[in-house]
Design a protein. Structure first.
Length: 132
């Protein structure tokens, strides 16, 4: 569980990123409902910081394609609205369920030497636009 102060910092940083760059983290909810299902967006991770696609779904909602649809929407937004040429993501060993989601969306797996317990993935705008 993330401490309240850290959560507040993440929300403030996300708000600043949205205002300055058009991206950050967004809540995932069913239309017209307040219940939080998860989150998605773009965030700077690792050292040095690199912008990456993130998504997380509460366990009560796993297996309902919510993660796939959220990630698909963020990828489309990144390419079409933000003009990204490449979108990166990382799946850590404790979260193997992220890999099939990212595979469905056409990402390619790459080696990540400084993090052997993780899988680094990327997707180019060209691959996204030309996916069948």
């Amino acid at each position: 569980m993330i401490p309240f102060a850290r959560t507040r910092d993440i929300i403030e940083t996300s708000s600043t990123l949205f205002n300055e760059r058009g991206y950050g983290l967004s809540a995932i909810r069913k239309h017209g409902r307040d219940q939080l299902l998860g989150f998605t967006g773009y965030w700077f991770l690792r050292s040095p910081p690199e912008l990456e696609l993130l998504f997380g779904i509460a366990s009560d909602f796993w297996g309902q394609r919510i993660a796939t649809e959220a990630a698909r929407s963020m990828i489309q937004y990144g390419f079409e609205m933000l003009g990204f040429e490449v979108i990166a993501a990382i799946a850590d060993a404790p979260n193997p369920a992220s890999l099939p989601v990212l595979d469905k969306l056409g990402t390619r797996r790459c080696a990540l030497a400084d993090k052997p317990d993780a899988c680094f993935l990327s997707l180019t705008n060209w691959d996204w636009a030309n996916a069948s």
